[in-house]
Design a protein around this ligand. Structure first.
Ligand code: BMA
Length: 374
């Protein structure tokens, strides 16, 4: 059941206005106070349970997540049990993000040089500890084999209409499906995954970005992807729709594939510009998250802050003074900050042992409304 003890004033006002429009609206709002239903009607029990767990805290508390947390960190690589978040707060994150770019080729290592066997092992370990796993996929451009960041026009159209390109895309999805169905728990069931395909599509940096395909093509790509994964017996996924920063709510939903194809409303949006950028970042993310909270409630979905952070943390109190107030306005089910690269000292988003933000981060993690892992 989705509880919302901390609904902010404008949200409450919005709901009151909606109710005052007629009894039917109120009735349907009451009916929404029930179980969340995964968009995959064959979703496994564990996948369904994960959705209920997230829904139970969405709106009242936020889980903290970190990308690639146990695989490597700031100036370390592949050391069993290590985690920059654990070493600074005493807790693992509650949510673990992983990246599968490269799996489409049957490669043994990802685009970030991490072995897929290690990623699988860390996903299963995180799950065993009670953690939640989410996956992004910076897949290459199937039209020409270049990277995700290749902006060749019409790749999406080619996937949809050119049989050679579609065949290749299907083969790539087959490899992705094999990975998803290899995430086995000791009892033989599969680890549930929050999958975030074709993310940040409102931007112009990936081949699936908004300048390179029409809204209809993007929706068809999403639909085709889900159909292929389902026909490959992948039923351990919750699907996250995650645009980047958008100017308005209409643009947020411009490429939304539909309530029957999405489980979670997401938002990717980073803080840039240090102290000078705080007002802008706070204003736009708060506004968007409030809209997502309202829409999620009406659509019986949940919402998350799927990617954010302030690279290199130029403000040493960023976690308690910038991120916390934003989260407290809406309490997305989780917030995920991006990776601490092992080989690029400035590419980090969570503090590490000895970093100037360490103390502030520990304080952040001790707050009662922030859920950390074990
Ligand atoms: C980006 C950067 C890249 C990385 C990619 C996929 O945001 O962190 O260095 O390769 O994500 O993880």
């Amino acid at each position: 059941m989705m509880r919302r003890k901390h609904l902010n004033h404008s949200l409450i006002l919005g709901l009151l206005v909606a109710c005052s429009l007629g009894a039917a609206t109120c009735t349907s709002n009451r009916q929404k106070d029930t179980r969340q239903i995964p968009c995959d009607s064959q979703a496994t029990n564990a996948t369904d349970s994960l959705l209920q767990v997230l829904a139970s805290d969405c709106g009242t508390k936020t889980r903290f997540g970190h990308q690639d947390d146990t695989l490597y960190g700031h100036q370390w690589w592949n050391q069993e049990g290590r985690s920059d978040v654990l070493e600074t707060t005493g807790h693992y994150p509650a949510v673990f993000g992983w990246e599968l770019g490269g799996i489409e080729h049957g490669d043994s290592c990802s685009l970030d040089s991490v072995s897929f066997d290690d990623i699988r092992r860390q996903i299963i370990l995180a799950d065993l500890r009670g953690g939640i796993n989410t996956i992004s996929w910076h897949l290459d451009n199937p039209l020409n084999g270049h990277s995700s960041w290749d902006k060749t026009n019409n790749t999406v159209q080619a996937i949809l209409n050119d049989s050679t390109v579609q065949t290749k895309f299907r083969t790539w999805l087959g490899r992705l499906a094999t990975f998803f169905t290899s995430l086995t728990r000791d009892d033989g069931t599969l680890v549930p995954i929050l999958f975030r395909p074709f993310h940040e599509h409102s931007g112009n940096w990936f081949w699936w970005g908004s300048p390179y395909c029409t809204p209809q093509e993007y929706k068809s790509l999403w639909k085709l992807t889900q159909k292929i994964l389902k026909s490959a017996h992948v039923h351990n996924l919750l699907y996250i729709y995650s645009p980047d920063n958008v100017p308005d709510n209409k643009t947020y939903f411009e490429r939304y594939p539909g309530d029957d194809l999405v489980d979670v409303l997401g938002l990717d949006d980073y803080h840039r510009g240090g102290a000078d950028g705080v007002a802008d970042y706070t204003e736009r993310t708060t506004k968007r998250l409030k809209m997502m909270a309202k829409e999620a409630y009406q659509r019986q979905k949940i919402y998350v802050f799927s990617e954010t952070g302030s690279e290199s943390l130029p403000m040493t109190n960023w976690y308690t003074q910038v991120l916390t107030p934003i989260l407290r306005e809406t309490y997305p089910a989780y917030v995920l900050v991006w990776r601490n690269a092992y080989n690029t000292p400035t590419h980090f988003f969570a503090p590490y042992k000895g970093n100037a933000s360490e103390k502030d981060f520990k304080k952040f993690a001790e707050q009662k409304d922030i859920i950390m892992g074990k």
